[in-house]
Ligand binder design. Structure first.
Ligand SMILES: Cc1ncc(COP(=O)(O)O)c(C=O)c1O
Length: 452
């Protein structure tokens, strides 16, 4: 029996599906992070904070649609909106009323949104934002920060994981990589120096939450200073709010920290658990998407941006309903409170077992760091992590895999080191999660004693 399989019993149907999947999908999966040895779980139903696999096992879900389901699975109003729209047609190949309302809702919520363009995903949103910045400035390079994630297109596939100066994917031409400057995420002087000496930088892109959904958080002061530096050098500032948008505040991190960007990228919560993304921002930059009477403009300046599923009616219906619910104001504080309760219970287990782990974070995301030998251990409040980002991002793949498998065995499905919290992760769910985590730590201490 595989070392991980022993934690996961009675999953012969998932295993059988995986055996078929490897025949049709590379490594049997359709998203890198769903890859899990000896096999992933196959889910066929989800509701609230729970999901069930094809073997009938129940899990508390901390994937929450990769962070897109802050309302939990199957919110009645969102489902009704989807059903209503399905009955009226899935795709009109035409403009429609809900896309207008959806766009208006974004403009109403996000402080920096003057105009909006929908895309089909977060990756497409950052791709479009970078293209807009390049068109607007006429410059080529982008500055990004080590440990921040912006999807998987060529320009941003370097600097995500350590070693930060090497591409995180093969298949990207060196010429493209040379146009992406990766800087440390905590050194404003380096940004200023770069922009002063290099006059070919179109934009600075970052997760305003801090890298990896806020695993290495930033402060409002940092964002304000970065805003000033980019303004000083005429460089477009792009906030990638794919995670923080509609989560940190109804208007995202830009509202929470009181700093506006030139362009913002949204996805995930934006589309209420369906596929969708958006770029929003200043009129004078978004203008590069416009058709004008001047044929020279249309031929030379206008950005090409088609996309079959931009603002598709089903995503628009789910997204609009979700944003309207968030705008009422109760969802985000509830999800934040749940996040704090979950962090507390995990840290109680960590302290009881005297291990070098930490569950940290603010807002409705829980970050787990394993064996990080933090010098602040014991004196840190495990809220705002200020530990060295280079060490924070060093992961132990075997420990992570074993952790995920053992947690599955205990009835909790989590991505490993980032957990997505919804407004429904409360009451008994928190205690059950604490018990599953405690049992998992005991199992791991026994099977991987050298890691503790
Ligand atoms: C901050 C951030 N930007 C962009 C993306 C890419 O979004 P998508 O997966 O919709 O392409 C993600 C996805 O996790 C993300 O976390």
């Amino acid at each position: 029996m595989d070392s991980q399989q022993k934690y996961r019993k009675d999953q012969s149907v998932s295993k059988g599906l995986y055996e078929r999947a490897v025949e049709v999908f590379p490594s049997g999966v359709t998203h890198d992070s769903r890859f899990l040895t000896p096999f992933p779980i196959y889910v066929n139903r989800a509701l609230g904070v729970k999901k069930w696999d094809v073997d009938g096992r129940e899990y508390i879900d901390y994937w929450m649609g990769h962070g897109s389901l802050i309302l939990g699975h199957g919110h009645t109003d969102v489902l009704n909106a989807i059903h209503r729209q399905l009955d009226r047609g899935a795709h009109y190949g035409a403009c429609h009323e809900i896309e207008v309302e959806w766009g208006e809702e974004i403009v109403a919520l996000a402080p920096s949104a003057e105009k909006v363009r929908f895309t089909a995903s977060g990756t497409e949103a950052t791709l479009l934002a970078i293209r807009l910045a390049r068109s607007y400035t006429g410059k080529r390079k982008i500055v990004r920060f080590a440990g921040h994630f912006h999807g998987w297109h060529d320009s941003v596939s370097i600097g995500i994981f350590p070693p930060f100066d090497l591409p995180n994917s093969s298949g990207i031409p060196e010429e493209v990589l040379k146009l992406t400057i990766v800087l440390p995420p905590d050194d404003l002087q380096k940004v200023e120096d770069q922009l002063r000496k290099d006059h070919d930088v179109a934009c600075v892109i970052l997760e305003p939450s801090g890298g990896f959904s806020g695993a290495f958080p930033l402060t409002g002061d940092y964002l304000k200073a970065l805003r000033q530096i980019t303004e000083k050098f005429g460089v477009v500032l792009i906030f990638d709010e794919v995670i923080s948008g509609f989560r940190y505040a109804p208007g995202g991190a830009q509202e929470y920290y009181g700093v506006t960007s030139d362009l913002s990228c949204f996805a995930k919560i934006l589309a209420g658990g369906l596929s969708g993304g958006a770029v929003a921002g200043r009129k004078k930059i978004m203008e590069y998407l416009e058709f004008k009477e001047d044929p020279q403009w249309n031929r030379k300046k206008k950005i090409l941006h088609p996309g079959t599923f931009n603002a598709n009616p089903i995503s628009a219906a789910a997204g609009l309903e979700t944003l309207k619910i968030i705008a009422q104001g109760q969802v985000i504080p509830k999800a934040n409170e749940n996040g704090q309760n979950i962090r507390n219970i995990l840290n109680e287990v960590i302290d009881r077992h005297e291990i070098n782990w930490c569950a940290h974070g603010e807002h409705s995301i829980v970050h787990i760091v394993m064996n990080h030998h933090c010098p602040k251990q014991g004196v840190c409040d495990r809220g705002r992590c200020t530990y060295d980002y280079q060490l924070l991002y060093q992961k132990d793949p075997l420990l992570l895999t074993m952790f995920r498998s053992a947690m599955l065995g205990e009835g909790v499905d989590c991505i490993g080191d980032h957990w997505w919290i919804s407004c429904l992760h409360k009451d008994g769910v928190v205690e059950k999660t604490g018990d599953a985590f405690e049992q998992t730590i005991k199992i791991l201490k026994e099977s991987l004693p050298d890691r503790f």
